[in-house]
Write a protein that binds this ligand. Structure first.
Ligand SMILES: NC(=O)c1ccc[n+]([C@@H]2O[C@H](COP(=O)([O-])OP(=O)(O)OC[C@H]3O[C@@H](n4cnc5c(N)ncnc54)[C@H](OP(=O)(O)O)[C@@H]3O)[C@@H](O)[C@H]2O)c1
Length: 255
């Protein structure tokens, strides 16, 4: 091959590779920006809530953290905005809802032994504000043992903890779930097993029949948050109630 022809051939190959690389980069940027959203996180100062905030920011989302005491969040980031508010006050929930594209709710409290409607009333305000501002996607954490998952938090919880310790709390969780199911939103109710503060393991199973009638299974809050965020662009569990738990040890060793 003459040196002139070789130079011409090399230039052609170089230009083709360069334009392919540019095309790939711009496609990646478009798809990446489609995946990032404006998220409202309710219960942002709680165990799961903090994980939701941290991981959502890592994924590039813009986050509004809704909390009664935002100073407890102790996370600073240019894409993080904290709004002080109580979920029982519909006006503050509505203010936080403006401009959002999805809501992640990890609401919970410790007034288990007293009759209360904090979860259901708060959720009613969230649903109302979502309708007001046309926000469609709601991903809400409740618990295994609620609704049609009764019994699947293991014997100890079914026979002792739920009836004697968190009876009123779980009744309110039932009301909270019913409200979400009856809304016409694009909802997913996430029902985790017993929560731990362990590190994210990415080694859990999810599904409509996860849980166990005898053994109480567990999962880290960090894994619950990761699963909830993964549902933002996934319709597998749209209007469904998946449960989450760590894999059984013998399943882990196989994978
Ligand atoms: N513990 C378990 O083993 C287990 C198992 C399965 C499911 N769950 C459920 O999973 C959910 C998350 O649990 P978690 O332990 O990660 O959360 P958590 O630490 O109990 O946090 C709950 C969050 O809700 C917020 N909150 C409570 N009342 C509020 C109100 N009126 N207005 C605004 N925010 C309010 C709290 O704010 P403050 O910081 O201001 O209190 C806190 O940020 C709960 O519903 C829990 O019942 C728990």
């Amino acid at each position: 091959m003459s040196s002139g022809l070789f130079a011409f051939y090399s230039l052609g190959v170089y230009l083709a590779v360069r334009s392919l690389t540019t095309l790939r980069c711009s496609l990646f940027t478009v798809s990446n920006s489609l995946l990032t959203m404006n998220l409202l996180i309710i219960g942002a100062t709680g165990g799961t809530g903090k994980e939701l905030v941290r991981q959502a920011l890592e994924l590039g989302h813009s986050v509004t953290a809704f909390a009664r005491r935002p100073q407890r969040l102790r996370i600073e980031h240019p894409r993080l905005r904290a709004i002080k508010g109580d979920v029982l006050e519909n006006k503050t929930v509505a203010v936080a809802m403006q401009g959002q594209e999805a809501v992640l709710c990890a609401l919970g409290h410790r007034r288990w032994v007293l009759p209360s409607r904090i979860l259901s009333r708060g959720t009613a305000n969230i649903i109302q504000a979502m309708k007001q501002y046309g926000v469609r996607r709601l991903i809400c954490e409740t618990s295994l043992g609620v609704g049609d998952s009764v019994g699947r938090l293991g014997l100890y919880y079914t026979l002792f903890v739920i009836p004697f310790v968190v009876f009123f709390y779980f009744r309110d969780k039932g009301r909270q779930e019913r409200m979400i199911r009856e809304s016409d939103l694009e909802w997913t109710i996430v029902r985790p097993a017993r929560l731990t503060n362990g590190r994210k393991r990415n080694d859990h199973e999810h599904g409509m029949d996860v849980g166990h009638y005898i053994v109480t299974r567990s999962i880290a809050r960090a894994d619950v948050a990761s699963f909830m965020l993964s549902q933002l662009d996934n319709t597998t569990y749209l209007r469904k109630t998946p449960a989450l738990a760590n894999r059984w040890p013998w399943d882990r060793s196989r994978t």
